[in-house]
Design a protein around this ligand. Structure first.
Ligand SMILES: [Zn+2]
Length: 393
């Protein structure tokens, strides 16, 4: 990153902190900006993050009659990401998921006396209404780009340019392919709209495969993997240069993708099963395969995937995040570890709070002994390397 780009970020950072502090409307306390203000002008590690659900939040805002473009650009106290809080926390871009919500609001099953839970898998969704929702979310992404709120990126060069220009670098991702038809026509159209990454399944079955439930403690080996159509989808992604995300898929599905795709293996927002044995986290064997295939795993900030007791409690220390990073680095090497916050999709540690608190994790990594060059790899460079080997542009 050049000197002038750094100057730009330092200036914008100051302005964003000022604006966030004076936001009106919304609910909840003012985002914590004091610690951020004290770093004003300091070098910030820009973060390119592997997973967020900001499009889901904006889609819900749109359904409630709120202008999603204004909410993202002007700032809000809702959720985790908008342009102002992203800049304040050095969140320079990330993979933004098109995710079709469950027909009924998804909630984790209440834990038993031992803290164990096993939330039943959501049922399979119908394609037509799923396609409608996916189109609406893609439309919000395109409108945001037209309004200058963010830039939809289709290449690593475009991501780096957006970072230098100080505009959020969004990459369209699909989390579960309920909107894609069996002959993959919709995939062609979404690709043209900017889709460059997809997870065949979320935590429910669809025509392409099977996902893991939200369960603790539980192995990720919970059932079948890809369907015959799922194998075709994976081959099509390889041909088209679309990243394949293994978060949410069963362990069987993970190995099905590993033997079918020739690309690096990616789990965009999954943690360490040995530390937090939820079905969504990665086993040592899965991490070994990610290392061998020069892929990556992105640290999920969801407290249920960080804490050893898997409880949904925001008062979760940053040391839990560092503990998972340490394990991933030990097992896969520094070049296969990245970030996948799940902002706007999960409860994150209270000390992070939202995108404006992103640098607190960076500081925790520094305190734990990571050098700036290693943190840069975790924060953005590993994602850019892996995407660069998959994408054709
Ligand atoms: Zn997810």
């Amino acid at each position: 990153m050049c000197f002038w780009a750094l100057c730009f970020w330092a200036l914008f950072f100051g302005a964003a902190v000022f604006l966030v502090a004076f936001l009106d409307g919304g609910s909840g306390p003012v985002p914590a900006v004091d610690a951020v203000r004290s770093r004003q002008g300091d070098f910030m590690q820009l973060v390119f993050d592997g997973h967020n659900d900001v499009l889901l939040r904006l889609w819900r805002a749109h359904a409630a009659g709120i202008d999603p473009v204004r909410q993202f650009q002007g700032g809000t106290r809702e959720g985790h990401i908008d342009a102002l809080r992203a800049r304040a926390g050095g969140l320079a871009g990330g993979l933004c998921a098109i995710y079709i919500p469950s027909m009924v609001d998804f909630v984790l099953t209440e834990p038993d006396a031992k803290g164990h839970y096993n939330t039943p898998l959501d049922r399979q969704l119908e394609r037509a209404p799923s396609l409608d929702i996916a189109l609406q979310m893609a439309a919000i992404a395109l409108r945001l780009e037209r309004a200058g709120g963010w830039r939809l990126c289709r290449s690593v060069a475009e991501i780096r340019k957006a970072m230098e220009d100080g505009i959020f670098a969004a990459v369209l991702h699909m989390e579960g392919c309920e909107a894609i038809d069996a002959d993959l026509s919709a995939l062609e159209v979404f690709y043209k709209a900017g889709l460059r990454s997809l997870g065949p399944v979320w935590s429910r079955p669809n025509i392409f495969g099977h996902g893991v439930p939200f369960a603790y403690p539980m192995s990720p080996d919970t059932g079948p993997g890809l369907t015959p159509l799922g194998f075709e989808l994976v081959k099509a992604c390889d041909r088209m240069g679309i990243a394949i995300d293994l978060a949410h898929i069963t362990e069987k599905g993970f190995w099905d993708v590993a033997k079918t795709s020739e690309g690096p293996l990616i789990a965009s927002h999954s943690n360490v099963h040995a530390l937090t044995p939820v079905a969504r986290n990665l086993t040592d064997r899965q991490m070994d395969a990610i290392r061998e295939r020069k892929g990556l795993a992105g640290l999920n900030y969801a407290v249920t995937m960080l804490r050893s007791d898997a409880r949904d409690v925001a008062e979760t220390p940053l040391t839990d995040m560092v503990r998972h990073i340490d394990y991933m680095v030990e097992r896969m090497g520094i070049d296969c570890v990245a970030l996948g916050s799940d902002f706007d999709g999960a409860t994150v540690p209270a000390s992070i709070r939202d995108a404006s608190g992103n640098q607190r994790l960076i500081e925790a990594l520094k305190t734990a002994g990571y050098h700036d060059s290693e943190i840069a790899m975790i924060a953005r460079e590993n994602w850019l390397r892996v995407l660069g080997t998959i994408w054709h542009d």
